[in-house]
Design a protein around this ligand. Structure first.
Ligand code: ZN
Length: 224
């Protein structure tokens, strides 16, 4: 259920959506948490890799969507700190509802009753802020507060739903699942320009790449 992608980086294939587990210099870090019913699978994957749920100190969220924040409540006992892009933080905390005027916001409203606000500390992240070895890049478009995380020392990028993998290539977040598709394209271009190169690339959906991650993202940017 968890597959190693490289030293200290594991992929959770949660059936239709991805999450990742990272040993970030000794700090156990989860990136995204799957659907509301994926909590047990996240815990099982931790145990498979020799960790325990209470070892999880950080949960990095790429964005607010049911299939990425659903398993958060499984870590309430552990008291992990949740990190999320500023513009999505209020949605995760349950302090604000997604806007009905946007087609994607309306979709999020429909699914929000299935997602409980977690009883965990939530830290909003701005562009360029770091958590452990990861730098958060504000890559809005799929959601207003979407962030991608890149660790130079782990040569790893967690791209969330900025892109998805299909038939061996990256594709941008599609229109019907995005707040703003032009913003998605801009975010892909700026991430290619701003981030250091990386080998491992984990998209929110599809199969991660173990090699050539930043080259594949640059290839997508050139096709847009
Ligand atoms: Zn998703």
């Amino acid at each position: 259920m968890v597959q190693s992608l490289g030293d200290g980086v594991w992929w959770y294939d949660l059936t239709g959506v991805n999450a990742a587990l990272v040993d970030d210099g000794g700090t156990v870090t989860l990136v995204d948490t799957g659907m509301p019913w994926d909590g047990n699978r996240l815990v099982a994957g931790l145990i498979d890799t020799g960790f325990e749920p209470r070892d999880v100190e950080r949960i990095l969220l790429t964005h607010y969507d049911m299939d990425h924040v659903g398993g958060l409540s499984a870590f309430e006992q552990a008291g992990a700190t949740v990190y999320v892009g500023t513009a999505d933080a209020n949605f995760v905390a349950g302090d604000r509802s997604p806007p009905l005027r946007n087609h994607k916001g309306a979709l999020q409203r429909l699914t929000s009753p299935l997602v409980d606000a977690p009883d965990l500390p939530i830290e909003p992240l701005s562009d360029g802020e770091t958590v452990g070895s990861f730098t958060a890049y504000h890559t809005s478009g799929h959601t207003p507060g979407h962030v991608s995380y890149v660790s130079e020392s782990l040569s790893t990028a967690l791209l969330g739903d900025l892109v998805r993998e299909k038939r061996g290539r990256f594709h941008p977040s599609p229109w019907h699942l995005s707040y703003d598709i032009r913003d998605v394209r801009r975010s892909i271009q700026s991430l290619v320009e701003d981030a250091p190169s990386f080998e491992i690339a984990v998209p929110g959906h599809g199969t991660p790449f173990e090699r050539g991650g930043s080259d594949r993202l640059a290839d997508l940017a050139a096709r847009l």
